[in-house]
Design a binder for this molecule. Structure first.
Ligand code: NIG
Ligand code: FE
Length: 388
């Protein structure tokens, strides 16, 4: 006997912020959830009947947030590094090695428990899809087991063996690139959808980045690049040249970088939690949006630069510091994130789309920026199942 899942109709939605041109923001709306997808949306007055009815009480409903950039598989604590930064020590990519040491020493159970805790925070805060990167193992064994852990929580997993050169290869960085492109990739590809490289001074240059993205593509992995985070550099151009889905950070951009992003259709994923956590200047989202670049917002959750799982916090920063309107920031955190993961089945609300929905305890989406730090997410549906 097939399992029959009861249908659910959400009524009394004050604003249904669909993030689509077709439906826009619908007021006094209803949504029908059928199994794992949205069956119908429209005016509350014409809502179809369903097995169950949930009254949203005039609150606002949004698509679940799509976090397209997060480093969740790690152990250890870097709060002392944060404390030093608060009193003026600048961030450097070298801090990654501290987490690498702790991650290698941790068992799978501990790593799994950490990812479970972080993803549970994310879901409570309205993130219904999260990308998870490796990158704190930097050996064949530790990168592969990091990704094995990640696959228990998401299908959007990313091999980031090229986070920094592993300490054992400090004097032979080219050999480390060979390892990443060879044995490490072979061990990791079965557990990954994407490959990422930190293209920055102190990490990997454009040639190494190109070799790594090419090897990944041959193994069937889509490309992503940590680009232009700490200073100007070749990361964005590399991402565009290689047809990467996304160039992430984009904090230090030239006019040519912006043209390249617009021309290539590579998404610019902005991570304001990292600028907050490293006390750096924020990226200029306005320049990107005005040039027609697709912008995503993501948490970059990691222990070094951005130890937050809150997309609402990122939205508030984007509005306050990056020249985004509240509507643009919400769009970047939903449809933008979906574009960065090349997903068409999430990030917006329309019939046939996955029923990933969040209820804000507020009348309008702008409250995400207007009430910073307040936990406004009062209900979450993921694949049609109510999580909270
Ligand atoms: O996205 N930039 C590279 N990776 C992380 C930081 C990693 C760390 O410091 O542990 C980021 O900011
Ligand atoms: Fe990152």
């Amino acid at each position: 006997m097939p399992i029959v899942v009861p249908t659910v109709v959400l009524t009394g939605i004050g604003v249904l912020a669909t993030q689509t041109a077709e439906y826009g923001d619908l007021s006094d709306a209803a949504v029908l959830i059928e199994d794992d997808h949205i069956g119908w949306i429209g005016p509350a007055g014409s809502a179809p009947s369903a097995d169950e009815q949930v009254d949203i009480g005039g609150r606002c409903v949004l698509p679940g947030f799509v976090d397209s950039h997060a480093h969740l598989v790690f152990a250890g604590d870097r709060s002392a590094e944060f404390a030093a930064r608060v009193s003026g020590t600048p961030y450097s990519a070298g801090g990654i090695r501290t987490t690498v040491e702790a991650t290698r020493a941790a068992g799978d159970e501990l790593l799994t428990a950490r990812v479970a805790a972080l993803t549970s925070e994310m879901r409570a805060g309205g993130i219904t899809t999260y990308e998870i990167k490796s990158g704190y193992g930097l050996t064949v064994h530790d990168e592969a087991r990091s990704l094995r852990v990640a696959t228990q929580f998401s299908t959007e997993t990313t091999f980031l063996g090229a986070h920094v050169v592993a300490p054992e290869f400090a004097n032979a960085p080219a050999d480390y690139v060979d390892l990443v492109c060879g044995e490490m990739l072979t061990a990791c590809a079965p557990y990954a959808r994407w490959i990422d490289v930190f293209c920055e001074q102190g990490a990997f240059d454009a040639d190494a980045g190109r070799a790594i993205l090419l090897a990944g593509a041959r193994a069937g992995l889509g490309g992503r690049v940590h680009a232009n985070q700490l200073g100007p550099g070749p990361g964005v151009q590399l991402a565009c040249e290689m047809g990467a889905a996304s160039a992430d950070h984009c904090t230090h951009l030239s006019a040519a970088d912006i043209d390249a992003l617009a021309g290539a259709g590579t998404v610019a994923t902005l991570l304001p939690g990292a600028e907050f956590g490293t006390r750096a200047d924020y990226p200029d989202a306005r320049r990107l949006l005005d040039a027609g670049v697709t912008v995503a917002l993501a948490t970059d959750c990691n222990p070094g630069t951005s130890y937050t799982t809150s997309m609402a916090f990122c939205i508030a920063l984007a509005v306050r510091e990056m020249g985004m309107t509240p509507a643009e920031a919400v769009r970047a955190a939903t449809v933008g994130g979906a574009a960065a993961l090349q997903r068409k089945d999430i990030g917006y609300i329309a019939p046939g789309i996955r029923a990933d929905l969040i209820v804000l305890d507020a009348p309008r989406p702008i409250h995400l920026a207007y009430r910073p730090g307040v936990p406004l997410i009062s209900a979450v549906w993921k694949d049609g199942r109510r999580l909270r």
